[in-house]
Design a protein around this ligand. Structure first.
Ligand SMILES: [Zn+2]
Ligand SMILES: [Zn+2]
Length: 255
């Protein structure tokens, strides 16, 4: 009973074989999948997918890389979609200082506006953070994100950063990179996160776990992340799967 708390099954990379990929995930024991819609194209197709499969849920939000494309009215659009019964969080939102498509000030404004919306609606948020640890923490604090909490997706920071996120009611989610042999810091953080705040994900089609690194990632591979996490925590795969699934159910209100 595994839950992939962050996947992109509606991505271009799954156009040819989406149904097979979903079936392989079911065969691997993935009973719940949270699909992330993050811009004008992927939000509608993510909701469509969640309407088609009862075990798939959707988030809606505006990704920091695409922040520059957000138009007046898009925030209202996201707000209206949050009323959909399969929409479980606002995200992925945050800051990405690696790609330079959207200027930092635009990213920060769009991030703040969506945290404010989440607080207004009482929805948890899914945070994307690339090379922006300090600014993420500062904005989460200033915008009182602790009121809603949410998920630090594919967490790659230090234990110091993780602690601050935990203090603000966030869950810490680990993806493929934690399975890499040289992933010392992610393994250390995974070992310390309170069990009731631990989540696992794929971020498929990206961030493919060992031993498929370099190939397309898919949701069924969340099992490989679970195996690594179980080993680090000294528990069975079944125990780890049960705990992380219960956490996702509780946080996101999944069935
Ligand atoms: Zn992301
Ligand atoms: Zn993602």
């Amino acid at each position: 009973m595994l839950t992939d708390s962050h996947t992109h099954l509606n991505a271009e990379q799954f156009k040819e074989d989406q149904a097979e990929v979903i079936q392989r995930a079911l065969d691997a024991g993935v009973t719940r999948m949270v699909n992330v819609g993050f811009n004008r194209e992927t939000i509608p197709s993510s909701i469509e997918l969640a309407e088609k499969y009862d075990f798939i849920y959707s988030t809606v939000g505006w990704h920091p890389v695409d922040a520059i494309d957000m138009m007046p009215g898009d925030l209202d659009w996201i707000e209206s979609l949050c009323a959909h019964e399969k929409v479980v969080a606002i995200g992925e939102i945050g800051l990405d200082y690696y790609w330079d498509k959207s200027p930092k000030d635009v990213q920060q404004r769009v991030f703040r506006e969506q945290i404010q919306l989440a607080r207004k609606l009482g929805m948890p948020i899914v945070i994307h953070n690339r090379d922006a640890h300090q600014d993420i923490l500062q904005i989460l604090k200033e915008e009182k994100a602790a009121e809603v909490g949410g998920i630090m997706h594919c967490f790659s920071g230090s234990w110091e950063t993780a602690k601050q996120c935990l203090d603000m009611n966030f869950h810490i989610s680990f993806g493929g990179p934690v399975t890499f042999k040289n992933a010392v810091q992610p393994k250390e953080v995974l070992a310390k996160v309170p069990l009731d705040r631990l989540l696992i994900e794929t971020d498929a089609p990206y961030l493919t776990p060992h031993p498929f690194r370099g190939k397309r990632n898919e949701t069924g591979y969340v099992r490989l992340v679970a195996e690594t996490a179980a080993e680090i925590r000294g528990m069975t795969l079944e125990e780890l799967a049960h705990i992380t699934t219960q956490n996702a159910i509780r946080l996101l209100g999944l069935k």
